[in-house]
Design a protein around this ligand. Structure first.
Ligand code: PEP
Ligand code: MN
Length: 349
C-alpha cells in the first residue's frame, strides 16, 4: 500500500444482525469518511462451536442491497456452499470470499468453485486455518480454474499449537512465500481476525502498509461491544477512520520503487523471520527445561553423548538439504546445545 495507491478497502460488520444494525453501520461509515471500496457483512457464519450465532441467512441479503442502493458501494459476503453462491449472486453480491475454515476443506472449495463456473464476480480466498502453504495454493487453484472473475488472497493468520498474542498467528513467511510465487495476485490483510482484539489492530494495519499489501478487510460495527459475533475485534467506524489517519504511508510505488525502499522491505521481512526464529528457540529451550526435570527425576545424566552425536548428524543433514554449510551448522549446534544444557539444569536449582 502506498501513498499514491490507496488501499483496496473491504469494510463492514462481522455479521449482518438486523436491518437497523446493517444500515446504521453503513451510515456511520459514510459519516466518518472511511475509505471504502466494498461493504462486507457475513450472512452465513461458520462458527467453531454450535449454538453461537450462525448468521441471519438469506433475509440479510436484502439489507445489503439497501446499502448498495443508498451508498453505491459494492457488496461482499462469505460463501461456503453452492447454494450460498447461488443466493449471493442472485441478490447482486459483487464480491465473494472463501472463509478460513472453508479453505481448509478441498471438498467445500471444489463445490464453491463448481458453482462459480463462468461467473465474473471477484473472489477472495482467505488463508486456511492451518499454516499450510499448499492448502492455500490448492484452494486458489480450484477457484481460479473455474471463475472468470478476478481472484485475490486474504491473509488472516493461522491457528498454531503454541500460545500467541494473536487470535490467529500471522506466520508471515507463508504470505511472503505466497507473494513470491504469485507476484501479480493481489493480497489483502485482515487485521481483525488476525488480532482478535482491537488493541493489536493498528500495529497490524501499519505493518500491512509497510509490507506492501494491496489493501485490507477490516470489521466495523455501529455498537461493537454489543456485536453478535467478534465483539472484541470490531471498531466503531470513526475509530477506524482515526487509525487510518495515523498510518505512515510509504512514499514510493512498486513500479518505480527505488533501491532504498526495496531494501527496507527486505529488512522488515528479515525482522519478522528473526522474531519467529527466536520464538522457536524459546520453545526449544522450554522443552529442554522439561527434559532436564525428567532426567533429574529418573536420575539420568544431563549430557548424553550418543544422543548429542545423533542430533548433530541430523542437523547437518537438515542444514545441507537447505543449503547451509556443515561448518555453520556445527557452530550453531554447539551454541544451541550449550544453551540447552543450561536450561536443562535451570529448573533443578
Ligand atoms: C469473517 O470474515 O467474518 C470470518 C469468519 O473470517 P475467517 O474465515 O477469517 O475466520
Ligand atoms: Mn468476524
Amino acid at each position: 500500500m502506498k501513498k499514491n495507491h490507496k488501499p483496496f478497502s473491504i469494510i463492514g460488520p462481522c455479521s449482518a444482525e438486523t436491518e437497523e444494525q446493517v444500515l446504521e453501520t453503513a451510515a456511520l461509515i459514510q459519516q466518518s469518511n472511511l475509505p471504502i471500496d466494498v461493504f462486507r457483512a457475513g450472512i452465513w457464519k461458520p462458527r467453531t462451536r454450535p449454538g453461537n450465532f450462525e448468521g441471519v441467512g438469506k433475509k440479510g441479503l436484502k439489507w445489503l442491497q439497501q446499502v448498495k442502493a443508498t451508498y453505491g458501494w459494492k457488496l461482499a459476503t462469505e460463501v461456503a456452499s453452492a447454494q450460498q453462491v447461488e443466493d449471493a449472486l442472485n441478490a447482486g453480491i459483487d464480491v465473494l470470499w472463501i472463509g478460513a475454515r472453508t479453505a481448509t476443506n478441498p471438498f467445500s472449495v471444489q463445490e464453491v468453485a463448481a458453482a462459480l463456473k463462468g461467473t465474473s464476480e471477484s473472489v477472495w480466498i482467505k488463508n486456511p486455518v492451518n499454516p499450510d502453504l499448499d492448502l492455500w495454493i490448492g484452494a486458489l487453484e480450484r477457484i481460479a480454474q473455474e471463475t472468470d472473475g478476478e481472484v485475490g488472497l486474504i491473509h488472516r493468520g493461522f491457528s498454531i499449537f503454541r500460545a500467541s498474542e494473536y487470535r490467529n498467528h500471522p506466520t508471515w513467511q507463508i504470505p511472503i512465500e505466497m507473494r513470491r510465487r504469485y507476484p501479480d495476485m493481489p493480497m489483502l490483510l485482515d487485521p481483525s481476525h488476525m488480532a482478535g482484539k482491537r488493541a493489536l489492530i493498528p500495529k497490524l494495519m501499519q505493518l500491512g502498509v509497510d509490507l506492501d499489501y494491496d489493501g485490507w478487510m477490516v470489521e466495523v460495527h455501529c455498537q461493537p461491544e454489543k456485536a453478535w459475533s467478534d465483539a472484541a475485534q470490531q471498531f466503531k467506524p470513526k475509530d477506524l477512520s482515526e487509525i487510518i489517519e495515523n498510518i505512515a504511508w510509504k512514499q514510493k510505488s512498486k513500479i518505480n520503487q527505488g533501491g532504498e525502499s526495496l531494501l527496507e522491505q527486505y529488512r522488515q521481512h528479515l525482522d519478522l523471520i528473526d522474531e519467529e526464529f527466536f520464538n522457536l528457540l524459546n520453545r526449544r529451550m522450554s522443552i529442554s527445561e522439561e527434559i532436564g526435570q525428567l532426567k533429574h527425576q529418573n536420575q539420568l545424566t544431563i549430557l548424553q553423548t550418543e544422543r548429542v552425536q545423533e542430533t548433530l548428524k541430523k542437523w547437518i543433514a537438515l542444514g545441507a538439504s537447505r543449503g547451509l554449510s556443515k561448518e555453520f551448522i556445527q557452530k550453531l549446534f554447539e551454541a544451541v546445545h550449550l544453551e540447552s544444557i543450561e536450561h536443562q539444569g535451570k529448573k533443578l536449582h
